[in-house]
Ligand binder design. Structure first.
Ligand code: HEC
Ligand code: HEC
Ligand code: HEC
Ligand code: HEC
Ligand code: HEC
Length: 495
């Protein structure tokens, strides 16, 4: 039997149609375009998932067919994040970011307020809770900070102890660049409105890039480039798949350089803040660990950053924490500081070798504000529990306060001096000569020996962390300054 040519053609066509159905069923393809045409090199992502693709020279991308119907997002440097549903031939339209920063933009208040729909906490309640507990929320209004700025004490009395305005009024305008970055006010007493919320949500999420100033010399807002829109909204962040039309991705948000302009500062010639430069030479930096990896490490508890307000369920390990500490500073300190003791019997005495080192820290310990310090208090005890005197070894200096001065132990601190060599001294009266710096260095062990009489049976080690010098705490009538990081008892078993 001969097949009619018409039938052959029909068979062929069916075959081709079959192929045509089979081939595209493996992938679903789409295109990314802007107002001028296809966008090459855009990053495309299956929203909320790890799968990504990149657009080719024709702006095209493809994903396995099994993802058909899911949402895909796209982003490229200089654009808002865009998105579309994966269907037969989806086109994702990208809109360019504003070309210039709008200096007249009005900051959005972070606090919850049903009458003000833009306030961040209305939708980002959990992130707001975290941030409200962080120092960033108190960088203008913090009571101790203001006492030191104004020369007041805890109860508001004027002219008490250290004070920038009372001791060095010419420096009044230097603090706002980092402590009140969202203001143009010169003096912190003039800061008003949302800018009083310190280092707040809207400010941080308007940071587009780091300017060309020298880190340490160009402070805070003077070295951060913002992009504030003339209309609508614009938030930069570390996620490249938030396609609400007002978000932009920036890899800077997971980079230490983002924090550097505020966390490195030579002020009045004194190296008051050195966290970023300490990090640069740390083992953590060599391993590629950024500030955010430790300080914004996801809690693992948040799965939705804007629940009931358009947020989607996400892998909790992709959502950063805004306490800026992993749990709390106390918890981080306790995990970071390690000690060990080794005893050595010597003629007529017992020598205790005490070691202290820091683990899991990305900078010196303590770091941050220059007055932070750590005190190791060592106490030898006899079998009846009484303190045995130190025969030889380091003793605590007067600087640590009457209560502890002269006791066996060590101070880990930067000790600024004034031009006559006196300490402690506020950084605005300090000599620019590099201070004595005995803080812990990550990757390095500090070791000291303490000699005691042979009646020694126990050695007690206490480690205190303090934010300010006791003399200042006393004069300002501040409550609670000492944090007991750890207390250990080591037994010396003679024979
Ligand atoms: C000091 C600057 C800073 C402040 C203040 C700040 N953020 Fe962030 N935020 C960041 C950085 C940096 C990231 C990215 C961190 C990462 O992914 O490692 C981020 C991430 C986010 C994200 C993306 C999801 C996530 O959690 O990773 C949201 C949403 C967000 N912030 C909202 C807020 C809100 C709301 C506030 C105020 C309540 C706020 N931020 C305050 C710097 C800041
Ligand atoms: C715009 C300036 C600015 C930026 C950007 C900034 N910080 Fe801060 N940060 C501050 C100021 C100011 C304080 C101190 C507030 C106070 O105690 O008065 C602070 C405090 C902190 C503290 C708390 C210290 C304490 O003793 O409680 C941590 C931790 C911290 N920042 C980490 C970071 C990290 C990590 C980044 C980057 C993701 C960052 N900061 C970005 C200005 C900034
Ligand atoms: C009306 C609700 C709402 C308000 C108000 C709001 N956001 Fe958001 N925000 C969202 C939603 C929804 C997302 C996306 C959530 C998702 O994709 O899971 C988001 C995402 C973000 C992101 C992530 C951007 C990225 O690409 O990483 C940032 C940053 C952010 N918001 C900051 C802010 C800040 C700062 C404020 C206050 C000035 C604010 N938001 C106010 C609902 C809101
Ligand atoms: C490997 C983890 C790690 C990295 C990376 C890291 N830190 Fe820390 N940071 C810690 C730990 C642990 C502490 C708590 C111990 C302490 O207070 O010194 C801490 C404490 C701090 C403090 C509090 C200082 C004080 O006593 O007031 C600040 C501020 C800070 N870090 C900022 C930063 C900045 C900025 C960066 C990046 C330049 C950074 N950290 C990188 C682990 C890290
Ligand atoms: C380069 C940015 C920068 C500048 C400029 C700056 N600070 Fe700070 N300041 C910080 C950061 C970051 C911290 C947080 C470090 C920490 O907590 O360990 C801080 C913390 C402090 C603290 C500790 C607050 C507390 O409650 O623990 C005091 C006090 C302080 N600054 C005073 C000042 C004064 C006064 C000025 C102006 C003469 C000033 N700072 C200028 C960045 C800056």
């Amino acid at each position: 039997m001969r097949l009619a040519p018409g039938l052959i053609l029909l068979l062929l066509l069916t075959l081709l149609a079959g192929l045509a159905v089979v081939t595209p069923s493996l992938y679903v393809a789409g295109q990314v375009r802007d107002a001028d045409g296809p966008v090459t090199g855009a990053r495309v992502r299956l929203k909320g998932a790890a799968l990504t693709a990149r657009t080719d020279v024709r702006g095209r991308f493809r994903f396995p067919y099994s993802f058909s119907g899911r949402r895909v997002t796209a982003w490229k440097e200089g654009y808002f994040i865009g998105g579309s549903r994966l269907s037969s031939s989806p086109v994702i339209h990208l809109t360019r970011l504003p070309a210039v920063d709008n200096d007249t933009y009005e900051w959005v208040d972070p606090a919850p307020n049903p009458a003000a729909s833009h306030n961040c906490a209305n939708c980002h309640a959990e992130i707001y809770r975290e941030w409200s507990h962080s120092a960033h929320a108190y960088s203008v209004t913090g009571r101790r900070f203001r006492n030191l700025y104004e020369g007041t004490d805890w109860h508001g009395n004027a002219h008490v102890g250290w004070g920038l305005l009372t001791q060095y009024p010419d420096g009044a305008g230097v603090c706002a660049s980092c402590h009140a970055p969202a203001t143009k006010a010169y003096d912190l007493r003039q800061v008003q409105g949302v800018a009083e919320r310190g280092v707040h949500c809207d400010y941080c999420h308007k940071i587009a890039s780091v300017a060309e100033g020298t880190i340490g010399l160009t402070h805070g807002r003077f070295n951060l480039r913002l992009l504030r829109p003339l209309e609508g909204q614009l938030f930069f962040g570390a996620l490249d798949d938030v396609d609400r039309g007002e978000d932009a991705y920036s890899p800077l948000y997971r980079d230490s350089r983002y924090c550097a302009s505020c966390h490195e500062g030579i002020v009045f010639g004194v190296h008051v803040y050195s966290t970023f430069s300490e990090w640069q030479v740390s083992p953590a930096a060599r391993q590629g660990r950024q500030c955010q990896d430790c300080h914004m490490k996801p809690t693992g508890r948040m799965t939705n950053m804007a629940p009931h307000h358009g947020g989607i369920e996400r892998d909790p390990n992709t959502l950063a924490n805004h306490r800026f500490f992993d749990d709390s500073q106390d918890a981080m300190l306790r995990r970071a500081i390690k000690t060990s003791v080794r005893f050595e019997r010597q003629p007529g005495k017992v020598r205790a070798w005490v070691r202290l080192w820091a683990e899991g820290v990305g900078h010196r310990l303590p770091t941050g504000f220059v007055d932070r310090h750590l005190v190791l208090v060592v106490e030898g005890q006899a079998s009846d529990g009484r303190t045995v005197p130190l025969k030889a070894g380091p003793q605590l200096p007067a600087l640590v306060g009457e209560e502890l001065a002269g006791r066996p132990g060590r101070l880990y601190a930067r000790v600024l001096r004034d031009f006559e060599g006196r300490s402690p001294v506020p950084f605005w009266l300090a000599s620019p000569d590099p201070p004595l710096d005995t803080r812990l260095t990550p990757g390095k062990t500090e070791e000291d020996f303490f000699d005691f009489p042979t009646t020694l049976t126990r050695l007690c080690l206490r480690i205190l962390y303090r934010r300010f010098w006791p003399e200042v705490v006393r004069s300002k009538q501040w409550p609670d300054n000492d944090l007991l990081v750890s207390e250990h008892v080591f037994l010396f078993l003679s024979e």
